[in-house]
Design a protein around this ligand. Structure first.
Ligand code: CMP
Length: 374
């Protein structure tokens, strides 16, 4: 029998203001999808080829886009799917320490190559007390005060990684705890490349399912209002959004590397999943001005996006130039080295949004880092 994965999916129908439920079927062999309306017991979408679904994004809690409908996967549809896709799925905390934050692009490329996906991400800074709290199990160790001092010495990036055996795979990518040992025994590991010694060792990974649950709760609490602060500065800044399609295509690491290589400072970073209302609000100025507006809204809420605050004198103008013309086709002709020329596909899936008018930079940064991260 042909392999088939089944899910129960929910879609919020804005015109009827109700949640509709579908059985979503995905056939990995030919990348086709099929949907049934659960309540009305009828076919909603005949089996059709659709390139936007990828197996690694099919898990419970994920938001996927099928022909511009944002579906929340709320349950596996049968035991086969639960066993095949669910049984080895794990979540883990990946913490990029202050010595490796500027290498985040390279680290994200390694994460993508290992078939793990980033489901949450936030740049933050811990106080010494918070760092001591996080590492409380090591408080009697001789290296404790150095560790606390180092981890609270600058920005770090906390991420939730998800995938088959995510806990052990991320620890393998990190390499041995002591970076000098990593340099001898695992030369391509994160700690070998970006760490210095036992304390300055570039990253941290949870060592068990229980530790992952506790550590993820520390950085990404399930109750709202208890999260750690983001690092947005709100001065001389502009906003960049890595769009959902680029994240899905595994381009985040390359895009961050390009931004850093061009000399721009990423002063805040956070992953968000926008709903239709937020996306419409954020793109309000384009409504009635650009014909792509509805499709831009659909793209922005089709999955997680990564919001960045880019800081520096004259940044709004120079960063916009660096992103290139809106249309990647045009960009490839007139500005072939720009982000959109390299990573964009069309006017809607053009890899990144960036603030168009310098005076809107602060407002757009505030929309994500003050309002949505409230
Ligand atoms: P991490 O994965 O963050 O978990 C605990 C941290 O303690 C570890 O990485 C190191 O930074 C630090 N650590 C563990 N063992 C030693 C050691 N022997 N000497 C110095 N630091 C250590």
């Amino acid at each position: 029998m042909e392999e088939r994965y089944a899910f129960l999916a929910e879609w919020y129908d804005p015109s009827a203001t109700l949640l509709r439920r579908y059985q979503l079927l995905y056939y990995p062999k030919d990348g086709t999808v099929e949907m049934f309306d659960v309540k009305n017991q009828r076919i909603f979408l005949r089996r059709t080829k659709y390139d936007g679904l990828h197996q690694e994004n099919l898990f419970i809690g994920s938001r996927v886009s099928v022909f511009s409908r944002q579906l929340n996967l709320i349950a596996y549809g049968d035991q086969y799917t639960a066993n095949k896709l669910g049984s080895k799925k794990e979540r883990t905390l990946a913490m990029i320490k202050p010595d490796a934050v500027t290498k985040l692009g390279d680290i994200l490329q390694a994460i993508h190559a290992a078939n793990l996906i980033v489901t949450k991400a936030k740049m933050t800074r811990l106080t010494e007390n918070q760092a001591a709290d996080f590492y409380v199990e090591h408080q009697s160790k001789p290296f404790f005060s150095n560790l606390v001092q180092f981890v609270s010495s600058g920005h770090l990036v906390a991420m939730e990684l998800m995938g088959d055996e995510a806990i052990s795979i991320w620890r393998r990518l990190l390499g041995p705890t002591d970076s000098t040992v990593a340099q001898r025994e695992a030369q391509h590991s994160v700690r070998a490349q970006f760490g210095t010694d036992g304390v300055k060792n570039a990253g941290h990974g949870s060592d068990s399912v229980a530790a992952a649950a506790r550590e993820l709760e520390y950085f990404f609490p399930s109750t709202t209002g208890h999260g750690l602060s983001n690092t947005a500065k709100y001065t001389d800044c502009t906003c960049c959004i890595v769009k959902p399609h680029a994240i899905l295509e595994g381009l985040t690491g390359k895009i961050l590397n390009s931004i850093s290589a061009a000399g721009f400072e990423i002063s805040a970073l956070q992953m968000f999943t926008l709903d239709q209302t937020n996306a419409e609000e954020f793109y309000e100025v384009y409504k009635g001005v650009v014909t792509e507006y509805p499709n831009m809204v659909a793209e922005l809420c089709s999955g997680p996006c990564l919001a960045l605050e880019i800081c520096g004198t004259n940044t709004p103008k120079s960063f916009r130039g660096f992103c290139g013309p809106n249309d990647p086709g045009t960009a490839r002709h007139v500005r072939p080295t720009t982000l959109r020329a390299i990573y964009g596909k069309d006017k809607v899936q053009n890899a990144v949004h960036c603030t168009d008018l310098p005076e809107d930079g602060l407002l757009e940064v505030q929309y994500f880092f003050k309002i949505l991260d409230g």
